[in-house]
Design a protein around this ligand. Sequence first.
Ligand SMILES: [Ca+2]
Length: 255
Amino acid sequence: MKQLCPLLMSILLVAALLNGVANCPAAAETVAGATNIAAAANGGRIVAYSTQARDENGQVMPEWQVTNLLDGKFVTGNFIPSDSYGWSSQNAPSEEEPEWMVFAFEAELPRLISRIVIDPTTADPSVIGRWVRDVKVEVSTTSPEGPYRTVKRCLLLNKALKQPFDIPPTEAKYVRLVITSNHGSDKCVEMGEVEIYEAITPENTLDQLIIRLENLLADLKQYRDTQLYRQQQQTLKKVTAKPEPPATTPQASED
Ligand SMILES: [Ca+2]
């Protein structure tokens, strides 16, 4: 029943949305738009960052460079883009020495943002613990150096999933992601792609309904994937748990 509640709430939300849109044709609420404004293809770019992984000769490795975060290329299943493994830092992050990068949008104009999507998936397997875990989302309307204001703290699953995080519509000229942990590695932190979406006011109610339903569908998929992930983690725990010690001392074996 506990697990059904969010689903039930989602269904009720759909009903409420349908009802709300039908009854309120002039509604001017904002929703997350469908265009990723951080994508390089849409004019997004990274204007500053902490580190990028370097090889033994001190050279930046293009397949791990920071711009891979907005190139629209993803590691999915067994497919790894040959020139884009994701981004890897040079060091493991901490609260004291976080890794970070600053995103700007087309023409470095301020935008009203409302959703960040992070895909932690890189060419390295999740099991080695390098994928991103704790991320602070900060915004500035002034300069890449700040001042910055924190608008969201994100906790990412160690799972090959696009993970969305919604924020109240917020004006941002620069968005800084401050990464303070990974999933256990002492080498570096990695992630595959970062997407940022604007808060938009749909031009008509049908657009509004479609976009909200699309967002709801994305949230439901995320909910399903999170549940699956938790179930897998619980199964793993059971399988790897040490067996209970026997109630009586067993007889010594001859061999
Ligand atoms: Ca990428």
